[in-house]
Design a protein around this ligand. Structure first.
Ligand code: GN1
Ligand code: MG
Length: 368
């Protein structure tokens, strides 16, 4: 059923007269719209309006509690550092009843943010300075949250990056094979099985206390950082739905997974897909320039491995969803999740081939 957007916007404290609302076709999970209003002085301005996918985020109330707490904390820290909180963090627009979300009578959850002007997100890397700045912004995000009391956060998706449990869910999808697709993706299934042991490495280190638990973003796709149009700086980290306790390596690894491939995540021509070491270099340098001071030696040691592991995990999730009948990630064409899985596995292979070089690159920047 199509949402009644003109009705939904009335429930938020938007300023001015409603002009129009347009769907923004990015992201695999939530539905995002851009709403335009005209203020009394005639100037048009925009907001982000999102429907939370409550099939993925089972408890939108808890999720919105997290986002309200985290953005309040970020705002305070940004102000204390002399920054501009209107641009450097997402700001929730309250509902008319002063809530953080509006629930429609049919049970859908909506929230709104101020639109950050003069900056944009990129699906694929276009410029190496952007990479350095984006990676630094993710490191800074972790730093700003380093004194946030993790106990105040709900786990919005339990075991989100528990790669061994993700592997278990993958094996189950292969066994159930509800769409009879396993036969046609034997090579991909084998690819994962061969790397089963890798899936325990980071969770074991965390469980043994050899890696610290931190408040992390957990979905550090390159398109989740807004890049300033003029300065090219990473101004604001967006998509805060998965901010929860985790490892810094989930964030670093996932940012490389998403950004260091010069091709699209769903590219069908796999000859275009690789880990570009020049891009990886900027990711490592940007992240370490922001995070070097607080990371432990073990965290830095595992940075190259985390890139490979987060890529394997994501590919495995795409493949499991393909086997499950595309019930999690939104698809726009047949075999879309399979195409996405293949780019991830191509990257994993390439990272394995270039692993020593990745280690050397991280080594260049671990100390100033
Ligand atoms: C999803 O919503 P989006 O597109 O930012 C997913 C990430 C995956 C990513 C792969 C909550 O992120 O974990 O890495 O797709 N988010 C969730 O593109 O599952
Ligand atoms: Mg996301």
């Amino acid at each position: 059923m199509k949402p009644d957007l003109a009705e939904i916007v009335k429930h938020f404290r938007f300023e001015g007269d409603f002009l129009e609302v347009n769907l923004c076709k990015l992201g695999h999970i939530n539905d995002t719209y851009i709403v335009r209003f005209r203020k009394a002085d005639g100037a048009a301005h925009r907001y982000i309006l999102q429907r939370i996918n409550h099939n993925v985020f089972k408890s939108p109330e808890e999720l919105m509690h997290n986002i309200a707490e985290v953005t309040t904390h970020l705002r305070r820290k940004i102000i204390a550092a002399g920054g501009n909180p209107e641009r450097e963090t997402l700001s929730l627009i309250p509902t008319v009843g002063e809530g953080t979300f509006y629930r429609t009578p049919d049970g859908n959850y909506w929230r709104a943010y101020a639109f950050i002007e003069g900056a944009q997100t990129y699906e694929v890397v276009e410029n190496l300075d952007h990479v350095y700045n984006a990676s630094k912004a993710f490191g800074k995000f972790q730093r700003l949250l380093s004194d946030f009391p993790a106990g105040q956060l709900y786990e919005t998706i339990p075991n989100f990056h528990h790669t061994r449990k993700r592997f278990g869910a993958f094996v189950e999808a292969v066994e159930r094979d509800v769409k009879n697709r396993a036969q046609s993706v034997k090579a991909e299934i084998e690819f994962v099985e061969k790397r089963a042991e890798d899936t325990s490495v980071l969770v074991d280190l965390l469980e043994r206390g050899e890696l610290p638990e931190r408040v992390t973003h957990n979905d550090t796709k390159f398109n989740n950082v807004m890049i300033d149009d003029e300065t090219g700086e990473g101004v604001c980290i967006v998509d805060l739905d998965t901010v929860m306790p985790g490892s810094s390596l989930y964030d670093f690894g996932d940012s490389v997974r998403s950004g260091a491939n010069p091709a699209a995540e769903d590219e069908q021509d796999l000859s275009k897909v690789c880990i570009d070491l020049e891009i990886f270099d900027r990711f490592a340098r940007g992240y370490l320039d922001a995070a070097r001071d607080f990371l432990t030696p073990t965290e830095v040691d595992y940075m190259p491995f985390s890139a490979k592991l987060m890529t394997l995990e994501c590919g495995m999730r795409f493949l499991a969803d393909h086997l499950n009948g595309d019930v999690y990630f939104r698809i726009h064409r047949e075999n879309h999740n399979l195409d996405r899985c293949r780019t991830q596995f191509k990257m994993v292979e390439d990272m394995e081939a270039k692993f020593d070089q990745m280690v050397r690159i991280v080594g260049k920047y671990r100390y100033v």
